[in-house]
Write a protein that binds this ligand. Structure first.
Ligand SMILES: Cc1ncc(COP(=O)(O)O)c(C=O)c1O
Length: 338
């Protein structure tokens, strides 16, 4: 039994913005695999893309901005935390497409100082020509949003993280891409490891793997606790299935856990930096302390608990986030100099 490509619905009816640059690399991670006792370890490098330093949001934005262009939109508004990767990728994509980009960013992570407020993703937002609106809280963000809408223009509003049923299609399509790469390597069954924050990444993987079969999915919650993340994924999968006119599949193949979330979104947990350093030391790969570092910490924890058999092919999905590391430069330096 291998992947059932015929069961995937066509996505031809959904306009795309042309951000796709072909398959992202799927590479062996031999030294990391040895360190973790997971010999058949691969890394899917969604951090590698020529636009805007890359990352998982570009796959969702291909659909969001495809719809926006088809609607004749000239302005894109989206939201996030100060160090949002989604905002930076939206800004880069808008630059390439010639769209005005308005980023409404809220200071909702308990971090401040030069690195957090003036480095990392923020300078890149400006470099890519976005207008950045810094808001103290959600209320101020609402007021700013209403003001921007009142200014006129043909506006597309993209939700936080690009996560709604349309955004899920980005990772439905990515699951197909991954299954083709695995099949080319002669791999007939695999387990994917991915992070969950706003949800469309894991929901797209959950939907894609349910339809294709022969794929399991382990999800590390990095932002919302398990009791919020689980229904979020189920809702996004159901919404995407409705959009596609198919029945929502069961999600028995999806396992989720929040053991490495720590004190909450944007706050590195004890194992986060260890995992960031392990990936750097063994593979020369850069993770960030908000998303991929926490997913990596979860993977380390699960591997140590014996969750993966040596025969199993495991794919760690690298979702990007490199600039975010520099938003945490002082903490990061203290860790690497230990
Ligand atoms: C680098 C990175 N990884 C993972 C995620 C989580 O993806 P999602 O929001 O689709 O759950 C994000 C979201 O902001 C991200 O920036």
């Amino acid at each position: 039994m291998t992947f059932d490509f015929a069961s995937l619905p066509t996505l031809d009816g959904f306009p795309r913005a042309g951000l796709d640059h072909g398959p992202t690399p799927l590479v062996p991670a031999r030294r990391l695999g040895e360190a973790l006792g997971v010999p058949r370890l691969l890394m899917k490098r969604d951090d590698v893309h020529p636009l805007g330093v890359g990352g998982n949001k570009l796959r969702k934005l291909d659909f969001h901005l495809g719809a926006a262009l088809a609607d004749g939109v000239d302005t894109v508004i989206t939201f996030g935390a100060l160090q949002t990767n989604h905002g930076r990728q939206t800004a880069a994509a808008c630059a390439r497409l010639g769209l005005r980009c308005e980023l409404i960013l809220t200071a909702d992570v308990p971090r401040s100082g030069d690195a957090y407020e003036r480095s990392g993703n923020l300078p890149l937002d400006l470099l890519f020509g976005a207008s950045v609106h810094l808001c103290a809280d959600g209320e101020e963000a609402d007021v700013t949003y209403r003001q921007l809408c009142a200014e006129g223009g043909k506006i597309a509003t993209i939700p936080v993280g690009g996560s709604n049923p349309l955004g899920v299609l980005g990772y439905l399509s990515a699951t197909r891409e991954l299954a083709v790469q695995l099949a080319d390597l002669g791999v007939e069954r695999a387990r994917i490891i991915a992070p969950h924050a706003s949800g469309a990444t894991s929901a797209g993987l959950a939907l894609g793997s349910a339809l294709l079969g022969s794929l399991d999915l382990d999800v590390a919650c990095v932002s919302h606790p398990l009791d919020e993340a689980r229904p979020n994924v189920a809702q996004l999968v159901a919404g995407a299935a409705e959009l596609l006119g198919i029945d929502a599949p069961g999600l028995g193949h999806v396992w989720m856990n929040d053991t490495t979330i720590g004190a909450g979104y944007g706050i590195p947990a004890p194992g986060t930096w260890d995992a960031v350093r392990l990936f750097g030391r063994t593979e020369g790969v850069v993770l960030d302390p908000v998303y991929t570092g926490k997913a990596a910490a979860a993977f380390v924890e699960w591997a140590a608990a014996g969750r993966y058999s040596p025969e199993e092919t495991v794919v760690f999905l690298h979702t990007g986030g490199l600039p975010g590391l520099f938003g945490y430069a002082p903490e990061f330096m203290a860790e690497v100099q230990k």
